[in-house]
Design a protein. Structure first.
Length: 478
């Protein structure tokens, strides 16, 4: 006989942990399934990537450019390996969702859930004393250029000391990932079951609810019956299950409408040692003063990963690595209008995104990297490297940078990454406004966010999860 729970949630990232906690705290028996394991603090960032990033950090889209898409495969999901940055859903997006819907989604009600997530995650502005050298230099460069708007970012943390390892498992446990914020107080309590190292194999609708089959460590099968199932596997994996098990009338649309935040970074060399790997890497930011689709946020990787992220080779790469303690870097992120789709030739663990960058998004990337180069030169940099996998990409003065001819650069020439995959089970397109796919089956993760936000989306995803939890408990929305 299958085990009986009120609710089963698959995936322990921002959405999965939050909805599971809301359901359990509402008096339900809850099973939370996670394919990964608990994260351990590791001395080497490269080992953390290989263990806790999906596909060892090597997942990437194919198309007219190469876009690695880092996501987490660990308890807490991507929140365990992200920067902890918290930005609220743009109000104009909430208004659009309300106006385009049937009246179920309400912007004001959703903002209440944003407030609840904000409080639960203890979001606060990053203290100045934990700012990295890159953040300080970026803000200094803006000031010298007379550009307003640079600011310290708000983050989900408690007791951060600026270890510089947010994306590789916080060594102090100060970053409030989803498991820390929502699950720590639940584990071991009757009625809450956390199944680690476990994957979803089958979903079947029954008159009394939903029957799912799981594969536990060692290959053991486990059957669970529940009133409702919530898929929170992430925007890259949830569409696989929707399509495979034909969940809902619009299952064929799952995996389409993929939006990303294409991003890249600029390196700069300074005369004095900076030790840029200390301090909060993503501690400062700026919304482009002339185009709000470009957002600048701090970034810096530890020395053991640096060579993989620099668009250099041979003696030039060696020259920079020997001076890496004097390097700074900062990133630009694009609110994209390009859209992609997902294929699964090898199953849910190996999604293949197809994504072609539109010319207008590509132009914004070029704008962003040139802007960062100007800011670093204003801050006193003696050399700047743009994220181009072709010459010219290294400049020794602002005049040389301003004279650069980038007319022949193509999207494939940019060294980029993409963050925050969204939209592949979009609300109002694949799922309804209560995130329901079909009777007894719901989806809640970044896949339901039906447009590119232009901001780090974790607070938005947490809010969707808390909203869904209240809906499943039969509570009236605030």
């Amino acid at each position: 006989m299958p085990e009986r729970f009120d609710f089963a949630v698959v995936g322990s990232g921002a959405a999965g942990s939050a909805v599971a906690a809301r359901l359990f705290e509402g008096g339900s028996r809850v099973l939370l399934v996670e394919r990964g394991q608990r994260a351990r603090v590791l001395p080497d960032a490269a080992e953390a990537v290989s263990r806790y990033y999906a596909h060892g950090g090597l997942a990437a889209s194919i198309g007219n450019c190469l876009l690695p898409i880092p996501t987490g495969s660990v308890l807490g999901g991507t929140t365990t390996i992200n920067s902890g940055t918290c930005l609220r859903t743009p109000r104009e997006a909430l208004v659009r969702w309300e106006r385009s819907g049937s009246g179920i989604f309400r912007a004001g009600s959703f903002e209440t859930y944003l407030d609840q997530a904000w409080e639960r995650l203890r979001v606060r502005r990053a203290p100045e004393e934990t700012a990295s050298a890159s953040s300080r230099l970026f803000l200094n460069g803006l000031e010298r250029l007379g550009i307003p708007g640079g600011h310290l970012l708000e983050r989900s943390e408690s007791g951060c000391v600026g270890s510089g390892r947010c994306c590789f498992v916080c060594p102090k446990g100060a970053k409030l990932s989803a498991d820390k914020a929502f699950l720590e107080s639940l584990q071991g309590r009757p009625g809450f079951d956390l199944a680690l190292g476990t994957s979803l194999e089958a979903v079947r609708k029954e008159p009394s609810g939903v029957l799912i089959r799981l594969r536990e460590p060692g290959g053991k099968r486990r059957e669970v019956s529940c009133k409702a199932l919530v898929l929170s596997c992430g925007a890259l994996a949830s569409p696989y299950f929707v399509r495979r098990f034909r969940l809902g009338p619009n299952f064929r649309l799952a995996g389409k409408g993929l939006s990303l935040h294409p991003a890249s970074k600029v390196f700069a060399l300074f005369a004095e040692p900076l030790r840029g790997w200390t301090g909060v890497p993503q501690g400062a930011g700026l919304l482009d003063p002339e185009d709000s689709r470009v957002r600048y946020e701090g970034v810096f990787v530890p020395p053991e990963l640096a060579a993989l992220t620099m668009p250099l080779e041979g003696l030039r790469l060696r020259w920079w690595m020997e001076r890496y303690d004097r390097a700074a870097s900062f990133g630009a992120m694009i609110k994209d209008r390009s859209r992609g789709s997902l294929g699964y030739p090898l199953g849910p663990e190996f999604p293949v995104p197809r994504y072609d960058m539109l010319r207008e998004d590509f132009s914004l990337m070029l704008r962003g990297m040139l802007f960062l180069g100007r800011v670093f030169f204003a801050a006193g940099a003696c050399r700047v490297v743009l994220p181009l996998n072709r010459p010219p990409n290294e400049f020794s003065s602002p005049e040389e940078l301003a004279a650069a001819d980038l007319s022949r650069v193509r999207p494939a020439d940019l060294q980029m990454m993409a963050f925050h995959p969204l939209g592949t089970c979009g609300m109002g397109r694949v799922a309804d406004e209560n995130l329901r796919l079909c009777e007894g089956v719901y989806v809640c993760d970044g896949s339901v966010v039906c447009e590119s936000l232009g901001v780090n989306p974790q607070i938005t995803i947490y809010a969707f999860a808390l909203r869904l939890g209240d809906h499943l408990l039969g509570r009236r929305a605030p």
